[in-house]
Design a binder for this molecule. Sequence first.
Ligand SMILES: Cc1cc2nc3c(=O)[nH]c(=O)nc-3n(C[C@H](O)[C@H](O)[C@H](O)COP(=O)(O)O)c2cc1C
Ligand SMILES: CCCCCCC(=O)C(=O)O
Length: 374
Amino acid sequence: MGRPVPGQRRRAVGEETPEDRELPFLDLDALEEQARDLLPGEVFDYYAGGAETETTLAEATAAWRSWRLRPRVLRGIGAVDLRTELLGTPVRTPIGVAPWAYQGMAHPDGELGTARGAAAAGALMTVSTSATHTPEEVAAATDGPRWFQLYRLHSARHTDDLARRAGDAGYRALVLTVDLPLLGRRRRDLRSDFALPADLRLANSPADGGAPELQPHAPAPWTFDDIARFGDLSRLPVVVKGVLRGDDAVRCVEAGAAAVWVSTHGGRQVDPAVASAHALPEVVAAVGEDAEVYADGGIRSGSDVLTALALGASAVFLGRPVVWGLATGGDAGVTGVLDGLAEELAHTMALCGLPEVRSVPRDTVVPAGVIRRT
Ligand SMILES: Cc1cc2nc3c(=O)[nH]c(=O)nc-3n(C[C@H](O)[C@H](O)[C@H](O)COP(=O)(O)O)c2cc1C
Ligand SMILES: CCCCCCC(=O)C(=O)O
């Protein structure tokens, strides 16, 4: 635990904090409220908020729930198998940790806590470029499955170097986030004049100050040609994160991407952007035969996960639920969130007569309100 989180409310001796209270089941809303109590208001808003009118943020979860499950009966389902492989990396669950920035602001352990928590759950963690620990430090903290997420920093040389280091440090894939050519307009942050705490360590910013964080623009934006270039530099399979269209997905795969990650960046970039739950079927139809497809954004229950798998995702990723888990309970909080959702997923799959996540049939879901005639 060590030093206090910058600006975090201090606990009085003998005081019960929200993290001491046991929840009877995974209640992500309650966890978010606990995090709201613990974190300084502007930090909570930075984590929770979205862009402009927050329409995409508000619709994300509802969009998964605009699909309905079609359970199968009498299939003799015993234990459900959640294990799978993502680009050849074995994982115990198809629910991974999305990259999220500045984890040291949520908890003193930062990315090391998330890495330990994810490893305990057997879940894949994607480590952000905007981290408060270096890729090597996170790698040393755990031998859990890890991918590294790359942003284009102001120094191209430094960006290239990070890609190489990810390969050298045992990360298993490089995730290029392509939906942030400039920062979305986040009204909560503009209103609070949000700035990173002066003592927050930006572990991947070059010492020469060449990569100011949370800057609106990066120079010389990436193109499709960068996919193969970063694959060569890192010697890792490349995942392109932030794709919402079938035609873009095709171009990514033609350019060398091994996987495409459907995402609205948690509603923090384009607003109103199409929800992941509505973009996923188009992307799977376009490239699902040639590449793995993942999804994130608003996934908050086991049935949301199952819906995404049925729509063709090989895995899903969580952003804010992990933020709240780390903020309220450190590594154990992260494990609790991941295990809780995995448990819900297994339960829903058993109820739906589905034995394994690797083969969830497409006809498991149907749009709400549609009467299906077979
Ligand atoms: C506070 C915060 C920071 C984020 N930082 C990054 C980042 O550094 N790199 C990245 O690719 N995506 C980042 N994202 C987007 C997440 O990877 C993910 O796409 C999104 O959070 C998923 O939606 P959810 O929060 O509803 O689960 C961030 C999201 C949040 C909420
Ligand atoms: C180096 C660019 C700033 C990254 C900001 C972190 C992020 O992705 C977010 O959504 O916030």
